[in-house]
Every structure is written in C-alpha cells, then in structure tokens.
Design a protein around this ligand. Sequence first.
Ligand SMILES: Cc1cc2nc3c(=O)[nH]c(=O)nc-3n(C[C@H](O)[C@H](O)[C@H](O)COP(=O)(O)OP(=O)(O)OC[C@H]3O[C@@H](n4cnc5c(N)ncnc54)[C@H](O)[C@@H]3O)c2cc1C
Length: 603
Amino acid sequence: MDQFKNYIYNILLEPSIKSELEYFVQEFDKNPTAYDFLVDNPQSVQENYKEGYIGLSQRYAKAQQMLKKKFPGNTHLIQFQHQLYELGTFYLHWQAFLPTIQMLGTPEQVQYWQDLSFNYQIRGAYSQTEAGHGSDVQGLQTTAVFENNSFIINTPSASAYKFWPGQLGIFATHTVLQARTTVNGKDIGIQTFVIPIREPKTLKALEGVDVGDIGPKLGFLRADNGYLGLKNVRIDRNNMLMRYTKVDENGQVTTSSKNAIKYGYGSMLNLRVSLVNVFSIFGLFTNNLAYYQVKPLLKTQSIENEAIMFRLLRSYVVQYAQIIANAQVKEIFMRFQQQLKANDKQANETLQLVHLYSSQMKSISGWEAVKTSREAIQIAPFGHLNASDLTIIYADNVPFVTYEGDNNVLMQQTAQYLLKQFGKVSGGNAQFTGMASYFNKYTQENNQKSQLQNQEEILERLSYSYCKKTMENFQNSLINGHSLQSSWNELNQCELIKASIIFGYTNIYKQMGAQIKSSGYNLELLKIHKLFGLFIILENRTTIVSFGIADFKQVEILAEIDQQFSNNNKLEFLEYLSNGVGMYRQRNFINIDWDKLNLQAKL
Ligand SMILES: Cc1cc2nc3c(=O)[nH]c(=O)nc-3n(C[C@H](O)[C@H](O)[C@H](O)COP(=O)(O)OP(=O)(O)OC[C@H]3O[C@@H](n4cnc5c(N)ncnc54)[C@H](O)[C@@H]3O)c2cc1C
C-alpha cells in the first residue's frame, strides 16, 4: 500500500521540495502541537470569506516564519507552501504572480521581486483576462506606451478592464499584467509588466488605479477575484519583464531570439502542466470524501452497490491516469527547458508538443474533476448537504473548465494541429509526425474488422478513424463552397472538438503506458491502466462499432475484465485506490499524521 502512495507522492512532488518536505514531516512528528496553526477552520471561511481569508493569511505568515527558520536560504518549500496545507488562498501569489516573474524576468528582476514576495512585503495577482477579452489574448486592449524611461499604462475602455484575477479584489499590492505595448510608435506585441496597485500597509489604491472585488460567485470562497482599471499609471521601465524582449532607456528594443515571444509563452506552460496535477488531486480528494461517506453502506450491502462502485472506480482510475500520464508531459517540458538553455533547434518542436499535451490534459482533467464532484454529490448519502463538504468542492471545481484557457478553445488548437497533419498526408508523400505518428499504422487499411490485439490498438484505431472522418467532413465543407469561418464555426466545430477529445484520451492512455514502462512495471499500476482503457472503450463502444473497428462481441471480450471483479474485489481495489492520496484538508498525501493535531475535533 505504502508503495503505491509513495509512487504517487514521488511523481506529484517537485524533486526540489521533496527533501525539504521530508525534513518538515520529521519535525512535525516530533512536536505536532507546534504546528496547529496549519489547521483550517472551513466553517469560518464559508460564513465570512474575507475574515477567513485574513485568518488564513495570518497562518501563512506564521508558517513562513517557521519555514524560514528551518530552511534558511532555501526557497522551494516557501513557494510551494500549498503542498503543505492550502491550495486556495495565496495560490496565485506563489503559483502565478511569482512564477511569471521567474520565467519572464531577467535574473536581477527575479531577485528583486522574489525577495519582496517571500517576505510578504508585496502580494501579487496575475492579470491577463479583460472584461471583453478572455480567450482572445491577442485582442487585449490594455496599453503600455514607452515615454521618458517609463511606461504609461491605460485601460482605455470598460471592456479593457482586467476582470477575474484572484487576489486582485482586496489583498494584492501588485499584479503582473499583460498589455499591448508600443515603443517609439512601434507595436512590440503583448508584454508583461509588474504593476504596483495598492499601498502595502493601508491597502489603499494608488493614484490612477480603480480596483475592487467582483462580488459573490460560485465557489472560490477564499479568493478575492477582482477588477482593475488603470488611468495614465506611470511605471518604471524596469517593471517590464525583460528576459526575452528588452527596452533600453532610449527605447531601443532587442529580442534575444526571433522565437522570444513563443519561448516566453512556453515557459508559462509550466503553470498549465502543474494544474493538471492540481485538478486530478482535487478529483481524488473529492472521490475519497464520497467513498468514505458511502463506504459503511457498501460494506453492509445495504444499498445496491454495483453501479456506485463502478462510478467511484471510474473516477479514481481516470484521475490516477491523468497524474501518471502527466509525469511524461513534465519530462517533455523539462526537455524543452534544457533545449532552450542549449540553444537547440529542437526546442520549437518540443514546445509544440508540450503545448498540445498540456492543453489537452488541462481540458480533460478539468472536465473530469467537475464530473467526479457531481457524481460524488450523488453518491454520498448526504451529498447535497454542505456538511458533506462536497458541495463546496463541487463549486470550487466548476471553473476548472474555464480558467487558464477555456477547454473548448484549447481543444480547437488540437483540432487545428490534426487538420494540418491530415492536410500534409493527403498529398500522398508525407507521413504523420509527432503525437499523431501512430496514425501511420492505419493509413493503408480500409477499415475491415481485424483481430484486435489489445486495448491500445482499439483506442488508436478509434482515434485515427474519428479524426480522419472529422477532418474529411471539414475539407468537404470547404470543397462545397462554404467559407473557412462557416466550415469551422457553424458546420463542424462540435465534431472537431469531439475528435480532439478522443485523440486526447488516447494520448493519456499512451503516455500513461510509457510512464509505467519507464518506472518499472507494477501490477497495480497496470491494472489502473487497463481499467482506464476499458472505461474509455466502453464509453465509445457505439462509435467503435459504427466505424467497423470491432463488433459488440469483440468490445465485450475486452470488457470481460469487468467480470473479473466480483463486488468484493471491487471494494478491495477501491480501498487500495483511496489510499493513494489522503483527504482534502487533512493533506495526508504528504504523509503527515494530521490526527495528531486532533483535526476532527477542530472541524
Ligand atoms: C474562478 C475564476 C478565476 C479566474 N482567475 C483568473 C486570474 O487569476 N487571472 C486572469 O487573468 N484570469 C482569470 N480568470 C479568467 C479566465 O482565464 C477566463 O474566464 C477564461 O480565459 C475565459 O475567458 P472569458 O471568461 O472571457 O470567456 P470567453 O473567452 O469569452 O468564452 C466564453 C464562451 O465562448 C466560447 N468561445 C470563446 N472563444 C471561442 C472560439 N474561438 N471558438 C469557440 N468557442 C469559443 C468559450 O468556449 C466559452 O464557452 C478566472 C476565471 C474564473 C472563472
């Protein structure tokens, strides 16, 4: 059991903080009561989120002092505090504001802002979205104009107001902000700036700054999502993050490489890759809550349990599949960073791969977390009651599909990629490449039913056939005289998204297989992999049959795995899966024995 937990723990945590965490756990075990400030009081947060927020920030400050004492000069655990207790409150300060500076700033800029952030002298937000421009980043209207060694920042209309950023509403003193930038009359694209917005002690808005909370919303009770308007706000030239594009005091613009903007964006993908794990862990916590609440009834067989067990099993397996597959994507991201450092030409191609994998996985894991939490409410005996904790989690999970890239928009980027791949191959001389290269195995066949060897083959064939058919339909719309706009937006959009989703699930299956192989085979991991394949196949069985890939009987042969699970086996396996991570709030997936703090009594 611990082996499984350790496996998940090891692939979830950054190597840099693992040793610090281990030390932390040792210290905690010696004197747990010294750490009781880590315990959350969810009730007060629900009743008054602002007070809850202040309470949490005080706890953070305390934790900060303690961490600094233990790890002087070491920064990882400070920035990754959410691994210890809270995911919500200062998440954006540590995981969006600061990383943006670390990735897009020069070493001097990073040092400067990092020191201030670690000391809580400043608290930061991440302001990209505008009231009128979310997915359409190129349409951003906030402007930055270079003038006298400074930039003048403006939000020229209501639709240019920054809208939604977490922490902006009440507590942020600064924000990173994207703006269309002009230097000596020349548009140099969207650049990122650090903007002071409030006086740190009084939290009073600075001159020219119109900032506030956007008000009550579904979920995210602890996050003070806000709006921000700027009128002729002058900031120092050095507040533009200049790792890739520099502007000197005379307005001379230099870019370190012609791919600078792309690479700047590439560094930011780190956030998306890490969100896949966040969504999946949330999915697992949610499932655990539902499972622990329904378990006594399952054990006594007092309710019809076959369907419940299957739904729980599916949720567990999908979330683990995402985490395990994401470990491969993390590796590709690390490769991209190494190639970037070494000025390797391959960096471009690797970047495209990270972009595609991470946007597919962000979307699928977001959708799956919402699905899991909705199911959990239905499964738990008092799921709809706030006391079950599940309603709060559900509300927190719902926006996963929207922020950090709307899922339907992200999926259409995969559709564009697929279209390019099919376009290239339709000429007759080229082959599928990159993540679509497995399609080459099936191009010569005319879809006759064959003896299917394994799950991977059935999923690959499903993915190839669905994508091929969708891309052909799209091309036919063009051939029949419809415009590009109408062929994409009006006639084929839903199917283009659906094809990309099937392609995405197949990629997760394949990446997970590769990860299990590279980490040494383990029976339980293989079982999770098999079950993941099984669920995806069963959910698409009508499509599989209608494409002539297999008949119902063949699909059922693969589905026999399900009969190998008697109800007792299912329960045993559920128990096993529930132990891979701990409970929401107890955070025992990092092996801290929270019971020592009498946590239950405090809840
Ligand atoms: C809880 C929460 C927290 C957030 N935190 C932050 C933050 O800290 N910082 C920040 O900058 N932003 C934040 N956001 C904003 C978030 O990133 C945006 O909401 C998101 O990018 C989508 O933009 P939008 O809301 O303008 O919707 P739109 O982009 O306008 O999308 C609306 C609908 O139109 C569809 N659509 C849009 N474009 C297309 C297209 N080309 N083809 C087909 N369909 C399309 C979408 O699928 C969606 O259904 C947050 C949002 C939420 C809900």
